[in-house]
Design a protein around this ligand. Structure first.
Ligand code: SF4
Length: 499
């Protein structure tokens, strides 16, 4: 008997199809220990769901205490009676199995909904879009309702962390020029899941950001290394790997090949991969396989020349939507012995505490200006713009733009590393590059996700040792940014194709 297709399976598949394969067919002994941050996400999700349900003013049928066949039978009975709202039901049809949080009477049938402890959509506020990972789950419920003749409409909803109901309309095209719909996305994910479950489709691991929180991380990294998989080339990714796989199987094979053999006129033989991009990945393949590989510059870089430098990093809890720590390593005269770690930490999770920490962080910067400010990714600027909108009494929007003026504030990731450097590493995260440069974090399991989990524990317990762990991790992140900044001075320029 094949496994049923579930909403969780489709959710995982959108992030990585190989995860579905591993969950179904890999040896359980190969799984890593549960990740504390992933467990926290589950806990927060369940807690939020319970809070929402406890606060419901409208009557509903509660099937959450029941399980398996009994839950399914009671769900069908409740829909047969025409109950207005059903919580914690179960539906299935044709090998599809769904546990929608909510089923709501709509017209002659039902539509499904989920309660999510995150935003119901993603992207910028003025152009936010449904989340595909949510859409495929809701699509599965809707499909089951249709197959059972119980659907009220090809539509579903999310009750999100902001208390909003976000509609997921499966019929509406993405845009005038893009006639694709969420239903198409769902159908595609379903077809792929069915092929994997039936053993008709084999999948390969692909190294990516999603791997870091996955319980198959160790097993997949081992496979990737053994195969010399192309996704170990930074930014190449799963879809380009799949496009190239018929002609090139490994990093070593790619590095040894002449990239000209993959050219066809002004294009390459790989759809969607241009000659410049192919050359860039070829250089990276050579760098990854060379015995004496060293990082280098693609083009000259110019960093601001200030006597004082701030290496800046923030910590944000997306579940509580709070920026809880602003950390700075302050260095004078390029002398590492002069370094001082200064920070603004919230006292608790109340908005007033976040406001005060934000104001204090701005003071810490102002007191040190003029100075160069180094940070890693657009995240700091994005969060500061958001904090300014949340607390307009603290500073103006122009103050934030002035703070991040590229004349003195440098996003080392986007403006330097991505644009002008190459490294013999699998990715360009600050952790990877600083570790490559010999820097080590004091914590044995440093990560932004771990910091959030520690923050939650500090909020729950008030334990000063946990607070110190959060601070040490942030300080080390700031120092890692300084290590990277200094290493850039030693890199030499090698143009594309000459590596
Ligand atoms: S570790 Fe990465 S490649 Fe492996 S299953 Fe998880 S997400 Fe997929």
């Amino acid at each position: 008997m094949t496994a049923p297709i579930t909403a969780a399976m489709l959710y995982d598949l959108v992030g990585c199809p190989h995860r579905v394969t591993m969950d179904l067919f890999a040896e359980p002994a190969q799984r890593d220990e549960p990740n504390a941050f992933v467990e926290l996400l589950w806990e927060r999700g369940s807690l939020y769901e319970r809070e929402v349900i406890a606060g419901l003013k409208t009557p509903f049928t509660d099937l959450s205490p029941f399980a398996a066949e009994e839950k399914e039978r009671l769900t069908l009975e409740a829909m047969g009676r025409g109950d207005a709202l059903i919580y914690g039901g179960r539906i299935q049809a044709d090998g599809l199995l769904g546990d929608p949080d909510l089923l709501r009477k709509e017209g002659a049938g039902y539509i499904a909904g989920d309660i999510k402890s995150g935003a119901g959509e993603e992207g910028p506020e003025d152009d936010s879009k449904p989340k595909i990972r949510y859409a495929v789950q809701l699509g599965l419920y809707t499909d089951i309702l249709e197959r059972k003749g119980l659907s009220g409409a090809r539509r579903a909803f999310v009750w999100d962390i902001h208390g909003d109901e976000v509609s997921y309309d499966f019929q509406e095209p993405y845009g005038k020029r893009d006639q694709r719909t969420l239903w198409d996305d769902y159908q595609e994910a379903l077809a792929e899941a069915e092929a994997i479950v039936a053993g008709r489709q084999q999948t390969l691991p692909a190294y990516g950001a999603v791997c870091k929180l996955c319980h198959w991380y160790s097993a997949c990294v081992k496979s990737l290394k053994e195969a010399g998989d192309l996704t170990m080339i930074p930014e190449l990714g799963r879809s380009r790997r799949d496009t190239m796989y018929g002609a090139v199987r490994s990093v070593a094979q790619f590095a040894a090949a002449d990239p000209a053999t993959f050219l066809a006129g002004k294009k390459t033989v790989f759809p969607g991969i241009g000659p410049d991009t192919l050359q860039k990945f070829h250089d990276r393949a050579k760098l990854l396989t060379a015995d004496d590989a060293r990082p280098f510059l693609r083009s000259p870089i110019h960093l601001p020349d200030f006597e004082r430098e701030l290496f800046f990093d923030i910590e944000v809890d997306p579940m509580r939507d709070v920026c809880y720590l602003h950390g700075f390593v302050d260095r004078r005269g390029r002398v590492n012995g002069s370094e001082q770690f200064v920070f603004a930490f919230v006292d608790d999770i109340a908005p007033e505490s976040e406001r005060q920490a934000f104001a204090r962080a701005l003071d810490l910067i102002r007191e040190r200006q003029p100075c160069a400010i180094y940070y890693y990714s657009k995240y700091e600027r994005t969060i500061y713009r958001k904090l300014q909108q949340k607390y307009p009494d603290v500073c103006s929007a122009q103050d934030i733009e002035d703070l991040f003026d590229p004349a003195h504030a440098i996003d080392l990731y986007n403006d330097v590393v991505k644009k002008a450097t190459e490294w013999p590493t699998w990715d360009f995260s600050i952790k990877t590059l600083a570790k490559y440069l010999g820097f080590s974090w004091r914590d044995t399991h440093p990560s932004g996700a771990a910091s959030i989990e520690w923050f939650h524990r500090w909020v729950a317990t008030g334990d000063p040792a946990i607070r110190q762990r959060v601070l040490d991790y942030n300080e080390d992140d700031c120092r890692a940014t300084r290590v990277l900044r200094d290493a850039l001075d030693d890199l030499t320029v090698i143009p594309r194709g000459a590596a």
